[in-house]
Design a protein around this ligand. Structure first.
Ligand code: GRF
Length: 208
């Protein structure tokens, strides 16, 4: 299966997914990296690993960026099967959501629907979790629809929130679990082990 990965920052989820495609844990190939920041860590890793980098969206910082229609054309050229958002901070255009129904995933570093939506990203998520007194947090992987962080939830894992956690400590604990969860989920996606409950909730079938 051909995978497109979208990043805006360090790309640690992208790296762990790419490594999993190299060691056979994921039966797929990352065929293109899409980013809104040409010089981010994820883009540098892609260049070091001969993965084509595409800039999206067009902006004054990135005038070579693509329009939504051009992006869809490029993803068709790469014959992308699934699109994986991993630390991508821009909204996904409706053109893309319609081109890839039930084939765009996003990872968010809290147990959605809690602490999700526009404005909840990066350390803001973990600060809010700690301030709430929540005893657990963890990553959520969901299908992308036309709003931020509101698509159908596919997978979650929990990590403890410790009494005197700093946001950075909680973020690191969640991020570690993100890497493991995303690889397991993309492996299931590439092996067609996703089914859909009658009410539209996606389920992962475990390997027999
Ligand atoms: C992570 O917290 C992830 O949950 C969020 O973006 C942050 C950075 O991820 N989506 P990465 O290191 O760029 O993969």
């Amino acid at each position: 299966k051909s995978l497109a990965v979208f990043v805006s920052g360090g790309g640690s989820n992208f790296k762990s997914i790419h490594l999993a495609t190299l060691n056979g844990a994921v039966l797929g190939d990352v065929v293109v990296l899409v980013t809104n920041k040409r010089d981010c860590g994820g883009a540098a890793y892609a260049r070091d690993n001969s993965i084509p980098v595409v800039l999206f969206p067009r902006s004054k910082e990135e005038p070579e960026g693509l329009s939504a229609d051009d992006l869809v054309t490029i993803l068709r050229k790469f014959k992308v099967d699934f699109t994986l958002l991993a630390g991508y901070l821009k909204l996904i255009p409706v053109e893309l959501v319609r081109e890839y129904p039930k084939r765009i995933l996003n990872i968010h570093p809290s147990l959605l629907p809690a602490f999700g939506g526009k404005g909840y990203y990066g350390m803001k998520v973990h600060k809010a979790v700690i301030a709430s007194g929540a005893r657990y947090s963890g990553p959520t992987i969901h299908f992308v629809d036309e709003q931020y962080d509101t698509g159908k939830i596919l997978a979650q894992r929990v990590v403890p929130v410790c009494a005197f956690d700093t946001p950075e400590e909680l973020a690191a604990r969640v991020l570690h679990e993100e890497h493991r969860l995303y690889v397991d989920v993309v492996a299931a996606l590439c092996e067609d082990r996703i089914t859909w409950r009658d009410d539209g909730v996606p389920l992962i079938q475990s390997k027999e």
